[in-house]
Design a protein around this ligand. Structure first.
Ligand SMILES: *Cc1c(COP(=O)(O)O)cnc(C)c1O
Length: 378
């Protein structure tokens, strides 16, 4: 394993500690931040929020984009707008970051876990279909779970590490079962499935700009949709549901303070300008990893077929849990940060009683997949 550590240090041209993912600020960040400070508009209103929303919608090819304070808030609001209510159920994958399940829980709804595909590490359309056929029926145009008697209102697949899942196939199944599709595209800015940007297949899609994501605003998120009414509603309830008025404060429903401050948006506009460059650099790194791991007994994980991945986090698959643990131990002790994929959501205390289908693939991946340093390098 020394050869792997050596290769990574050589690739990142350093003997210092190598983190998993570092942000890079080499564009107009300081200029826009200064402009923001000089204008005194650092908070909830300002031109950078509007500019960002316009530019982001263009980038992913959606009609509307609504900035939010973080990605979790973007998922939370997307689910609310998808019509998820307390005691409803939402199908998702067990292999995801906790935010997906937290957002479902904020509404008082419950996740149901369905297995992933081995190649995409995202929700499997085949397992989704068999889960629905075995457990559900359509009653009064809603999908009813025969086991719990509850309504399955939405489905939230996630594009793991930027690798697109089979989102078209998933959408077709959701349509047939009257389940609203919401995409957790937090990790997949710059990723396409069949030439269409991830996050734009569902009724709503959510992205994150946390410090470790492909572009960052420190903290931030965005909701995308093609539905004008939903877009308007999203803007309204993420900004305290205030009725526009020059000086009076009147609010017409319970809203959320989920707006993205202008100062974060300024950073984000500068970052978005550099997205293509970041994507290119990630591809360069991918090529180097791919060549290096080619002859080893560790498999480098490549983008699935029919898709273009942003390769946000690079990942390898070890032979088994034992080799994985040795790999994690050796690399982290030697200044190269690596991290196992998430613990399955259904194994966590909060979600262990939620309904789960058989989760063979997720379990297989959980024991073997490890992220390796992935920063777009200067
Ligand atoms: C990063 C991330 C989010 C959102 O995270 P925030 O920190 O709230 O921006 C949601 N889902 C997944 C899968 C993520 O990786």
């Amino acid at each position: 394993m020394q050869n792997i550590v050596d290769f990574i240090k050589q690739t990142f041209k350093t003997n210092d500690f190598i983190p998993l993912h570092e942000p890079r600020f080499i564009g107009n960040e300081k200029k826009y931040l200064n402009d923001c400070i000089d204008s005194t508009f650092v908070s909830s209103v300002g031109k950078y929020v509007d500019t960002f929303e316009e530019e982001f919608a263009k980038t992913v090819g959606s009609k509307y984009a609504i900035a939010t304070v973080n990605g979790t808030a973007a998922i939370h609001i997307s689910l609310l707008l998808a019509g998820v209510k307390r005691d409803d159920e939402v199908i998702t994958q067990p292999l995801t970051f906790i935010a997906t399940c937290n957002a479902i829980s904020y509404i008082g709804a419950k996740p149901i876990f369905v297995d992933v595909d081995l190649d995409t590490m995202g929700l499997s359309p085949d397992f989704l279909q068999s889960f629905l056929e075995t457990n559900c029926e359509i009653v009064n145009s809603t999908c009813r779970n025969k086991t719990s008697g509850k309504t399955i209102k939405a489905c939230v697949p996630m594009h793991t590490f930027g690798h697109p899942c089979r989102i078209v196939e998933i959408k077709n199944i959701c349509d047939k079962w009257n389940i609203t599709l919401v995409e957790d595209a937090a990790e997949s800015l710059g990723s396409y499935y069949k030439n269409k940007h991830t996050g734009t297949f569902g009724k709503l899609g959510a992205f994150s700009f946390n410090g470790n994501k492909i572009i960052t605003s420190g903290g931030g998120g965005v909701i995308v949709t093609d539905d004008e009414a939903l877009a308007r509603k999203a803007k309204h309830i993420t900004t305290t549901a205030k009725i526009p008025h020059p000086y009076e404060y009147v609010h017409d429903e319970i809203g959320y303070n989920y707006r993205l401050p202008n100062i974060n948006a300024a950073l984000l506009v500068a970052q978005l300008e550099q997205l293509d460059k970041f994507l290119e650099d990630k591809r360069d790194l991918t090529k180097q990893y791919e060549d290096f791991f080619y002859n080893l007994d560790i498999t480098f994980i490549k983008e699935p077929e029919n898709s273009k991945s942003n390769y946000w986090l690079q990942a390898v698959m070890l032979q088994d849990k034992k080799q994985r643990d040795e790999f994690l131990d050796f690399t982290n002790k030697n200044g190269v940060m690596t991290r196992p994929i998430w613990r399955l959501m259904n194994e966590l205390e909060m979600f262990k009683d939620c309904q789960s289908a058989e989760l063979k693939n997720a379990k297989y991946l959980e024991e073997r997949v490890v992220n390796i340093p992935s920063s777009a390098r200067v």
